[in-house]
Design a protein around this ligand. Structure first.
Ligand SMILES: NC(=O)c1ccc[n+]([C@@H]2O[C@H](COP(=O)([O-])OP(=O)(O)OC[C@H]3O[C@@H](n4cnc5c(N)ncnc54)[C@H](OP(=O)(O)O)[C@@H]3O)[C@@H](O)[C@H]2O)c1
Length: 271
């Protein structure tokens, strides 16, 4: 299959690090990128077996990758730990060679509200959801400079959330950490140009959680101006598009069936 990376300027395989790729949206993004011709470095924290399965499935999808041990494509790091996060991209580079993209999909999503808010909970969300994404963008930029990358050679995708445009006070620390990441999206795009583009992708309610029964999820998924929120395929195709379109930086693509245009009093999982 011809991809934007099979052009003359990009004959070598291009590698993307996807965080939190053992499960759920991170796994779907990893598979979508593999289908589009990318080599995928699969990050995980606790889901090692699932990460290995994602790596195997990515290798099976990517015909340009010669048969390789999938263990070489999985990378463990607790993103709340700054040292571990700083070591992550250099480990990928050392194992797989040049890296051209980071998808910051891993996230901490623990409930709190103004009554239960604490410095500790905020700090955990900040470190995992905001600090780690910035450190990985910084590391990608340093890596690009070290290898003399051309303009727009690399890209960071920050997974955001439609609820930033349709706020409610539930999941206070999570929301604040993503709001800070949305602000960082602009600042990073300014600071890391010209080599590194930075793009946000903000899904609506896409996958259910342990807090939502299936029938409730189906009902809430329909709650949008378009009659359906985002599917995993919608989110993946947007990430792939943002990674391939070399003119996009410093903006966010909302993929939510228009949910951000509505007003919800509570988070989906508490409605
Ligand atoms: N799912 C949705 O409907 C939805 C809607 C809007 C926005 N989003 C955004 O899309 C992204 C993906 O969503 P998701 O539902 O797939 O996420 P998720 O299931 O809540 O979390 C994805 C992964 O994050 C990793 N993670 C959590 N804490 C970590 C830590 N301290 N260090 C390293 N990894 C850590 C976990 O990896 P391990 O399992 O390996 O520990 C987990 O599998 C998130 O950024 C989320 O905010 C999702």
């Amino acid at each position: 299959m011809s991809t934007p990376f099979s052009s003359a300027s990009h004959t070598a395989p291009r590698t993307a690090l996807v965080t939190g790729a053992g499960k759920r949206l991170g796994r779907e993004i990893a598979l979508g990128l593999a289908k589009a011709g990318w080599r995928v470095a699969v990050h995980f924290n606790t889901s090692e077996a699932q990460a290995l399965q994602t790596a195997k499935d990515c290798l099976a999808l990517n015909a340009s990758t010669p048969a390789t041990d999938p263990h070489q494509f999985i990378f463990q790091a607790n993103l709340a730990d700054e040292v571990a996060t700083r070591n992550l991209l250099p480990q990928v580079v050392s194992q797989l060679g040049p890296v051209h993209a980071v998808v910051n999909s891993a996230a901490l999503f623990e409930h709190d509200d103004v009554q239960s808010f604490s410095y500790a909970n905020m700090a955990q969300h900040w470190a995992t959801n905001t600090g780690a994404a910035i450190v990985l963008a910084q590391a990608l930029h340093q890596h690009c400079q070290a290898r003399g990358a051309q303009a727009a050679d690399a890209v960071v995708i920050n997974m955001l959330d439609q609820k930033l445009w349709n706020p409610n006070p539930d999941f206070l620390s999570y929301t604040l950490s993503k709001a800070a990441l949305e602000a960082a999206n602009t600042l990073l795009a300014q600071a890391l140009a010209p080599q590194v583009r930075v793009v946000g992708v903000a899904p609506g309610l896409t996958l259910t959680s342990h807090m939502l029964a299936d029938d409730k999820f189906q009902q809430l998924h329909k709650l949008s101006p378009l009659g359906r929120s985002s599917s995993a395929e919608d989110v993946v195709s947007t990430v792939v598009f943002a990674m391939h379109n070399r003119a996009i930086t410093g903006t966010t693509l909302l993929v939510d069936g228009g949910q951000h245009l509505m007003k919800f009093e509570r988070d989906f999982s508490l409605m």
